[in-house]
Design a protein around this ligand. Structure first.
Ligand SMILES: *Cc1c(COP(=O)(O)O)cnc(C)c1O
Length: 404
């Protein structure tokens, strides 16, 4: 299939919810993807959205998927399967004192977290049902998680939303203090707001959130769907803050490119669920669990969280040098392999298009921000290539602007 045919089929057969780049991806390997013409691109967004932390088609993930596909693809959660149980052992070893629930996506992991928080809190008091979330957060697209997402643009056409969600300014301790009441069951936060532009929580903020939740009998849910599994230079972003959540949600990088989500909850919280309370047909299915087991094992064996930390330092140094040369860059934020670059003018789409035409892929936020999410296997030379392309793009866009 080629790009023109893809666009024709999309125009006729797909719900028009995605604003796709004019790029047909036929194949991927490591840091690279190839289009329908055989052209190679440096993938600086990990398959678009921070999913392929190990790069594309990591051999251990591919081998595990092949092996599992020949053994057993799926059976329901009415029965035991080894990959799911081994994955649960591995994840609860990485986050001690927890139990796991498996699902298929980030939104579903957050749905599970919200349902569990309500069930747990209702046992203490029947009207402890509210959630506090942050403005500019992103928690997913289902009705509950789009409500939790503190961005009206994702919500306005889908009202009425889930009752009982309050929004606070991120990193504002006093606002959080004021928003938590005797009706609050959980505070849900991203340690680093990813989708809205790589804004890390301050240590004081997350530590205060942890303390307030403890003092007031409220659960702390950390959404690490994007930051989990080494993305920020630690295995989980909460490790930067010296706190632990009551409930942790994970997805994107978990399956090494295969869809899977997980919610990990502290033992006492997790056991508020009883059989029948929650479920998922495909959650933790053999194929996805086998992929995740291989992906997380590879990530640990290859020390990719540490590698993401050093790549982040190098990327920050390069962006800092670029900012000094280029007045079009007003600010940037880097935490591990998660970075955003703020631009002085609404040129993000042009920069992205230029980079794509010159063989480098990344994404944008709004019209003035670039978002860079390389796989954790990224090398310094690949950082250099991306910085070079951004520099060329900014020069080209500046010239066009001067002539128009
Ligand atoms: C991507 C993302 C989600 C939603 O995940 P889906 O798999 O698209 O449902 C939730 N939370 C965060 C922080 C995310 O980055």
């Amino acid at each position: 299939m080629r790009l023109d045919e893809a666009r024709r089929i999309e125009g006729q057969c797909l719900c028009p919810v995605f604003a796709r780049s004019p790029l047909f991806i036929a194949r991927g390997e490591g840091m690279y993807v190839w289009d329908d013409q055989g052209r190679r691109y440096l993938d600086f967004c990990s398959g678009g959205r921070a999913v392929n932390a190990l790069g594309h088609c990591h051999p251990r993930v591919v081998a595990a998927v092949k092996h599992q596909a020949e053994l057993l693809l799926h059976t329901s959660n009415d029965y035991y399967t080894e990959p799911q149980l081994r994955l649960a052992e591995l994840l609860t070893r990485l986050v001690p004192g927890t139990r796991a629930f498996f699902c298929n996506s980030g939104a579903e992991a957050n749905e599970a977290a919200m349902k569990l928080a309500r069930k747990y809190a209702k046992r203490q008091s029947a009207d402890r049902v509210e959630f506090v979330t942050a403005r500019h957060s992103f928690h997913g697209r289902t009705m509950a998680t789009v409500t939790a997402t503190g961005q009206p643009k994702y919500q306005q056409d889908f009202t009425p939303l889930l009752p009982g969600v309050r929004y606070v300014e991120f990193n504002d301790i006093a606002a959080l203090e004021a928003a938590i009441t005797e009706h609050t069951c959980a505070v849900m936060l991203e340690p680093v707001q990813g989708e809205s532009g790589v804004y890390p929580a301050t240590p004081e903020y997350l530590q205060a959130a942890r303390r307030m939740c403890d003092e007031r009998g409220v659960l702390l849910i950390l959404d690490e769907v994007q930051t989990g599994f080494g993305r920020t230079g630690k295995l989980f972003a909460y490790e930067h803050y010296g706190i632990t959540p009551d409930i942790l949600t994970l997805s994107k990088a978990l399956g090494g490119g295969v869809p899977i989500g997980a919610m990990l909850a502290r033992e006492a919280v997790a056991t508020a669920f009883v059989p029948g309370d929650h479920g998922s047909t495909f959650g933790g299915t053999a194929l996805a669990a086998a992929a995740a087991l291989a992906a997380v094992s590879a990530l640990l064996d290859e020390g990719l969280a540490d590698r993401a930390a050093s790549t982040g330092e190098y990327l920050a140094a390069r962006l800092s040098a670029l900012q000094q040369q280029h007045e079009l860059i007003t600010d940037f934020r880097v935490i591990g392999c998660m970075a955003a670059v703020d631009l002085a003018a609404p040129i993000a789409a042009e920069v992205k298009t230029y980079a794509q035409e010159h063989g480098v892929l990344f994404i944008t936020v709004g019209d003035r921000m670039l978002r860079l999410l390389p796989a954790l296997i990224c090398t310094p030379a690949q950082v250099d290539e991306t910085i070079w392309v951004i520099e060329q793009a900014l020069d080209a866009v500046a010239v066009t602007a001067a002539h128009s």
